[in-house]
Ligand binder design. Structure first.
Ligand SMILES: *Cc1c(COP(=O)(O)O)cnc(C)c1O
Length: 401
């Protein structure tokens, strides 16, 4: 406590974040997560900014499955997996995820951040090349940094640039090459072109890895993910994903792929070896979620219906959106102060959503991001659309009619 300049330096940086409008306040909810949430002041808001795609986070069935696992397996393990932290429920969940994803084996982590953070270093070294999409998630970027492999970056979703990087890595004589991409990019709702990526990987003898955090559980006809959506099930080498979004919403992550890969990660992946095991109630609830969505596509179908409805209606009202089909719907406002004012006005009108502006998105690309959920009713979506219309007129974003 003797170095006061350390603390005053931090305070200055925090003040700068505030004055630059980049400080991130935390919204405090007084209720469970859902289509509607209660704010701390007691107001009920329609929630349009959760990753709760299938509406399972606050769902009673998920809760009951967690309670049953809590009852059977207790609260936690106080151990890493390899000492005494593996229960039958963890093995069952790993097997269920492998079946769901169409892979050989799966390893659980405390978070997808850990899965991505611990996947590269055990598998690749300075003889290898990691070819990564420029907009990949922070956890992939950090994971790549922890690994000695050469790094190649290609422009977001740009297949010509990807091919250039594949050629560069091949010419550099790299032993193994792996193409790494988010299955879906969460700022834009862009879906990676996995069919083309797999074709390029085959042409250049590269491996492929996808991060399915914004896809597992709902992308593709039966919700297996972006690889199903793009028709390449069984052709992706490594799949990482989260249990903290569509697949229940608590926390936890996984890496899935061939047996040799998963076995190597169990032996060598540092966030797995040196961090506590996933709580059994989360494993139990995730298992129930997988069983539920494997039996019926009802939730994923409703999510996609809600998404199609919202995308069509918001454009009809006169807003500009990034075109696409994903439940992430970026409503473009372009100007950062307008996006901030818009989100604040929507909050007053009872709708929770988040504004994004530079440097989170490129300059001049400010937006509010809407995320649809299977839990939203048509009535709720109509209320949200009315609020968009009202706030849009007030702020001069859409024309008076
Ligand atoms: C949310 C997210 C993560 C991190 O997931 P956690 O399980 O919350 O750590 C990783 N990658 C992508 C693409 C994500 O969207």
């Amino acid at each position: 406590m003797s170095d006061q300049t350390f603390y005053s330096g931090l305070q200055q940086k925090l003040d700068t974040l505030r004055s630059d409008g980049l400080f991130k306040p935390e919204r405090v909810l007084a209720s469970r997560q859902g289509a509607e949430v209660v704010a701390q002041d007691g107001r009920t808001l329609i929630n349009m900014c959760a990753n709760n795609y299938l509406g399972l986070a606050g769902d009673p069935e998920t809760q009951q499955a967690a309670a049953a696992a809590l009852e059977k397996y207790g609260y936690g393990l106080s151990s890493v997996r390899f000492i005494c932290g593996t229960q039958t429920v963890h093995k069952e969940l790993e097997a269920a995820l492998s079946t769901f994803l169409g892979t050989e084996d799966t390893i659980l982590y405390a978070a997808a951040f850990d899965a991505n953070g611990g996947v590269f270093e055990p598998l690749f070294d300075e003889n290898d090349a990691i070819i990564s999409d420029a907009l990949n998630h922070a956890s992939i970027i950090d994971g790549v940094r922890l690994c000695k492999a050469a790094r190649y970056r290609y422009a977001n979703n740009d297949m010509a640039d990807l091919e250039k990087q594949l050629i560069a890595a091949t010419e550099a004589g790299k032993r193994h090459k792996i193409i790494v991409t988010d299955g879906v990019f969460s700022m834009d709702g862009t879906i990676a072109q996995l069919d083309k990526i797999v074709a390029l990987a085959e042409q250049y003898g590269a491996l492929t890895m996808i991060d399915e955090c914004h896809a597992s559980g709902f992308m593709g006809a039966t919700g297996r993910g972006t690889h199903e959506h793009c028709g390449v099930i069984g052709k992706i080498d490594i799949i990482t994903g989260t249990l903290g979004k569509a697949l229940g919403g608590a926390m936890g992550g996984f890496t899935s792929g061939k047996k040799e890969v998963i076995e190597t990660l169990r032996q060598k992946s540092r966030p797995y070896l040196f961090s506590n095991t996933l709580a059994p109630m989360i494993a139990g609830a995730s298992l129930a979620v997988l069983e539920r969505i494997s039996k019926s596509t009802e939730l994923r179908d409703r999510l996609m219906e809600n998404t199609a409805y919202f995308r069509a209606e918001i454009e009809r009202i006169g807003f500009t959106i990034k075109p696409g089909t994903h439940p992430v719907v970026p409503v473009m406002l372009f100007d950062a102060p307008v996006a901030q004012k818009f989100a604040a006005r929507m909050f007053e009108l009872g709708v929770l959503l988040s504004g994004f502006f530079y440097p989170v998105v490129p300059m001049g690309q400010a937006r509010v991001r809407v995320q649809l959920s299977a839990a939203h009713t048509r009535e709720q979506l109509d209320i949200v659309l009315k609020a968009f219309e009202q706030a849009g007129r007030e702020l001069g974003i859409i024309k008076q009619q």
